[in-house]
Design a protein around this ligand. Structure first.
Ligand code: DGI
Ligand code: FE
Ligand code: FE
Length: 413
C-alpha cells in the first residue's frame, strides 16, 4: 500500500482571507506534520443572498495572492466547481475518492467547533477526517480542551487542539476597517489589501493611480505593485518578461529614451485585465459601455486587450493614446500598426518565458527576426498564429484575419 500523505484542509468563505487563517494553517501544519494544506473556499450561498459575501472569484483570487510563495500551501476550487449546495462532508468524500492516499485533517477555528452541531452531518465529517481546532480568542485552554473532548465524543471522532498564539483577527474586522478607511497592515497580506482597494471591495474607496512623468520610477513601482496584486504569479512573470522585451526592442527601433520607456510601460500594462474570468469581462464591458463583437462574446479570451486598455486608462491613469491602443490590439494586431503597437504585439510572443512549439516558424527563428526586422518578425508571428488557430479549430477573429492579410500583402519574408 502506498504511503499515506497527511493533508490539511482549510475550508471557509474567506471573505476575505487574513493572517489569522494563514497562521492557523501554519501552526497546524507544523504541529501535526502535514505535507500540504489545501485552501478550499466555499461557494456563495445561492438563495439567501448574504450581501456582505463578495463574489467567489474575488475571494478565490485573494486566497491565491495570499498563499503565493508559501511552501506547502495550495488552492483548490473543488467546491467552487460543484453545482448546488456544497457540504463539507461531501467535499471530504470527494477528496478521499480522488486522492485515496490522503489522510485528511480538517482545520477550523474554535468558533466553528462550537457551532459544529449546526453543520450538515457532523458525524460523517468526523468519520472521514481528524479535526484540528484552534482556540477561539479569549477562551481559556481548559475550556477549549473540554470542548474538543465533548465534540469528539458526541460524534465519535477525533478533535485535536492546534496550539498557537492567540490572534484577534477576523474577516469581519477587516471589512470594518476597510469601511472606516483604516489600514489592514499586519491583519492581511499586502497584496490582499491592495486587491481590496483596487476593486473597491467591502465599501472601500476605489484605488486609482495617476501617471506622473516627473516621477516615472515611483509611478512604475506603484503600478507593478497593483499589477502583482491582481495577476496570477505566472502571468505576472510573463508581464515582466514582455515589459523587458518591449524595452529592448525599443532600443533597436526607437531613438529616444522616452519612447523606450513607453514601450516598457505598455508591456507592463498589456495583460492587466487578464486575471478576470470571461463572464466578469463581459459584465465589466456592459457596465462601462464597451461594445463587444459577436466573436468576442463567444471567445472571451479576446476581450482582455480591450478591457485592459480601459483599465490602463481609468485605473492606472494612462492617457497616452498609443500606449492604450498597443494594449487594446496586442492579441489580434491591426492593419497599419505603429512601431509601438508592433513592439507590444511581438514582445508578447517572443518574451523569454514563452515556451512553445511554433509552426511554420520556430520560436528561435522568430525571436532573431524580430530584432533584425520588426515587420518580418511581425508577419512570422501572424502566420504562426493563424496557422495555430486553424489547426486547433478555433474561430479566427476578424481583426486577426485582416491584420494577417494586410501584412502578407506588404511584407516579403
Ligand atoms: O494574453 P497572452 O496569453 O499573453 O497572449 P495573447 O494576448 O496573444 O492571447 C493569446 C490567446 O488569444 C491565445 O489563447 C490565442 C488567442 N487568440 C489570439 N488570436 C485569436 C485568438 N483566439 C481566437 N479564437 N481567434 C483569434 O484570432
Ligand atoms: Fe494578452
Ligand atoms: Fe501577454
Amino acid at each position: 500500500m502506498s504511503r499515506m500523505k497527511k493533508i490539511g484542509i482549510m475550508g471557509g468563505t474567506f471573505n476575505p482571507i487574513h493572517n489569522g487563517h494563514l497562521r492557523m494553517a501554519q501552526a497546524a501544519m507544523r504541529q501535526y506534520h502535514l505535507e500540504e494544506v489545501l485552501f478550499v473556499p466555499s461557494k456563495n450561498p445561492p438563495h439567501k443572498k448574504k450581501k456582505e459575501i463578495i463574489g467567489e472569484e474575488h475571494r478565490a483570487r485573494m486566497i491565491c495572492l495570499a498563499i503565493d510563495g508559501i511552501s506547502g500551501f495550495s488552492f483548490s476550487d473543488i467546491e467552487l466547481k460543484r453545482s448546488g449546495t456544497t457540504y463539507t462532508c461531501d467535499t471530504l468524500s470527494k477528496l478521499r475518492e480522488v486522492h485515496p492516499t490522503w489522510e485528511l485533517f480538517f482545520i477550523l477555528g474554535g468558533d466553528s467547533l462550537e457551532s459544529l452541531d449546526d453543520w450538515h452531518m457532523p458525524e460523517k465529517i468526523m468519520n472521514q477526517c481528524t479535526i484540528l481546532a484552534a482556540p477561539r480568542y479569549g477562551v481559556n485552554e481548559k475550556d477549549f480542551l473540554a470542548l474538543c473532548k465533548e465534540k469528539a465524543e458526541k460524534y465519535s471522532g477525533t478533535v485535536l487542539p492546534v496550539h498557537m498564539e492567540e490572534l484577534e483577527i477576523s474577516s469581519r474586522a477587516i471589512r470594518e476597517n476597510v469601511k472606516k478607511g483604516e489600514s489592514l497592515l499586519s491583519i492581511c497580506p499586502e497584496k490582499v489589501e491592495k486587491y481590496i482597494a483596487l476593486h473597491g471591495l467591502y465599501g472601500a474607496k476605489k484605488h486609482k493611480i495617476f501617471y506622473d512623468d516627473e516621477n516615472y520610477n515611483e509611478y512604475i513601482t506603484e503600478l507593478l505593485t497593483c499589477i502583482e496584486a491582481t495577476l496570477r504569479p505566472k502571468r505576472y512573470q510573463h508581464t515582466l518578461g514582455v515589459a523587458q522585451t518591449a524595452a529592448t526592442l525599443g532600443f533597436c527601433y526607437f531613438s529616444s529614451d522616452s519612447d523606450c520607456k513607453r514601450a516598457e510601460l505598455a508591456g507592463i500594462l498589456h495583460d492587466c485585465a487578464k486575471y478576470l474570468t470571461g463572464d466578469e469581462m463581459i459584465q465589466l464591458c456592459e457596465k462601462h459601455k464597451i461594445t463587444l463583437t459577436e466573436t468576442e462574446r463567444i471567445n472571451t479570451a479576446l476581450i482582455h486587450g480591450k478591457l485592459g486598455a480601459y483599465l490602463a486608462k481609468k485605473r492606472y491613469g494612462i492617457r497616452d493614446a498609443e500606449i492604450l491602443s498597443s494594449v487594446q490590439y496586442h492579441t489580434t494586431g491591426k492593419p497599419k500598426m505603429t512601431t509601438l503597437e508592433k513592439i507590444i504585439y511581438v514582445a508578447d510572443y517572443i518574451e523569454s518565458g514563452r515556451k512553445m512549439n511554433c509552426m511554420p516558424y520556430s520560436l528561435a527563428e522568430v525571436r532573431k527576426k524580430c530584432y533584425q526586422d520588426l515587420d518580418k518578425g511581425l508577419l512570422m508571428i501572424l502566420t504562426n498564429t493563424v496557422e495555430y488557430l486553424k489547426k486547433s479549430d478555433r474561430k479566427i477573429d476578424e481583426m486577426t484575419t485582416i491584420t494577417y492579410e494586410y501584412y502578407k500583402e506588404r511584407v516579403k519574408l
